[in-house]
Design a protein around this ligand. Structure first.
Ligand SMILES: [Zn+2]
Length: 408
């Protein structure tokens, strides 16, 4: 692997440790006029120009960063990126006044995505997915979780996980696969029948996914079904994440935290008791403000979660029904404007805490010995990243020490 010398960055901004929880989420280290030396994918030195130059051997590629802010590469810890088809018809119906359920009923909803995704070949899904990943990359995303869940049977769910592995090999964003067989109930089956199928499939899934996720919600999977799936997932060596408290509070957070889940996601309807529970839990609270914007419903209580000491991450929830957006910079802006995050809290939520929730060590922060995943933004001050919103500020993206995208 090559080496890279980033000269004189205007600011280098990073969390101090992984994870950052509660009051520590408002702390970042801001290094002014700082240089970085990267070799073999790892940050080897960081500091004043003259000091870093002493560490260099040979002729590294030089990046002049005098006009840029350097942040850790962004980590998107909740996406449904592998799907075929789009749902703009449903979008138009909703904007014309129909509810999410009415519009989904008229235009097909999630099951229309399931049908389109089942029809698509592994190669077609790889092609579609790589286009979305290229868009995410140019917005600064260097690691991403992707869930299966639009297959809803053994053959199709395995196909989707294989697509995630194919995509991981062929483009720069590091991908973490999650099995979300329990995403919806397939037509012609009851939730009870399909839960048994999901459980039976888990031993085969174990080699293809790192996490198991469930959509625990009224009309989808009950708390009891979630618990049975989770027990078998743990038995098979998978780690846990959960779609919890999106439309109603039903105890999913308590269950997931008690079983050691890495993350509970959504939380729009989380109860006070469960906010307090997450304040003393190692389970990450992953918030998805793009959904609240897109579907025009309430934002999750992000401020309260941080104030109670929780580890909070932000993610895009990229999917064709409730959030057709891959831009984590926009999620930072929404967190600041709609949930009263400070810019520092928003940065930590899309970097170090999201990496923590995915089990990506040495990722999401900038320090000697950390993975050289970086995004250079055309900004005079890091606080402009969420403040100057709706704009892609990324100028260069570096993954494992290699320049993988640049707008020059
Ligand atoms: Zn989701």
């Amino acid at each position: 692997m090559g080496h890279l010398f980033i000269r004189n960055a205007r600011q280098v901004v990073t969390a101090l440790q992984q994870p950052a929880r509660g009051p520590d989420m408002s702390r970042v280290k801001v290094y002014e006029r700082t240089s970085l030396y990267v070799r073999d994918g790892i940050i080897r030195a960081m500091g004043a120009l003259a000091d870093v130059e002493k560490e260099i051997s040979g002729q590294p590629q030089v990046v002049d960063a005098e006009k840029q802010v350097v942040l850790p590469g962004l980590v998107d810890s909740h996406t449904h990126l592998v799907f075929a088809g789009t749902r703009e018809e449903e979008f138009c119906l909703r904007n014309a006044g129909l509810s999410y359920q009415e519009a989904a009923g008229r235009a097909g909803g999630i099951l229309s995505t399931v049908a389109a995704t089942r029809r698509a070949s592994r190669e077609e899904l790889v092609e579609i997915g790589s286009r979305y990943l290229a868009l995410a990359l140019r917005h600064g995303t260097t690691s991403m979780e992707i869930k299966s869940g639009y297959g809803l049977d053994e053959e199709q769910e395995i196909k989707l996980l294989q697509v995630i592995h194919d995509l991981d090999r062929m483009q720069p964003i590091q991908l973490v696969p999650t099995y979300l067989g329990a995403h919806a109930i397939p037509p012609g089956k009851t939730a009870a029948q399909y839960t048994d199928e999901v459980i039976a499939l888990l031993p085969r899934i174990a080699g293809l996914a790192r996490f198991c996720d469930v959509f625990c919600e009224q009309g989808y999977f009950t708390l009891e079904q979630t618990e049975r799936i989770f027990h078998q997932a743990l038995h098979c060596g998978l780690k846990l994440r959960l779609h919890a408290d999106q439309l109603s509070a039903n105890g999913g957070v308590s269950l997931a935290a008690s079983m050691g889940a890495a993350s509970v996601d959504h939380l729009e309807q989380i109860s006070r008791t469960e906010i307090a529970l997450l304040g003393s839990s190692n389970t990450c609270a992953t918030l998805l403000p793009g959904v609240s914007l897109f579907l025009r419903y309430g934002y999750p209580p992000g401020r309260s979660l941080i104030d109670h000491g929780a580890i909070v991450a932000l993610a895009s929830n990229f999917n064709p029904g409730s959030c057709m957006c891959l831009n984590l910079q926009l999620m930072m802006s929404l967190a600041c404007t709609q949930m009263a995050f400070s810019p520092e809290e928003a940065i930590n939520a899309v970097t170090v805490n999201a990496a923590y929730s995915l089990g990506l060590e040495r990722t999401g922060l900038i320090a000697a010995g950390a993975m050289a995943d970086l995004v250079l933004m055309d900004l005079a001050d890091y606080r402009l990243a969420p403040y100057f919103f709706g704009i892609n500020h990324a100028r260069m993206v570096i993954k494992r020490g290699r320049i993988v995208w640049a707008n020059v």
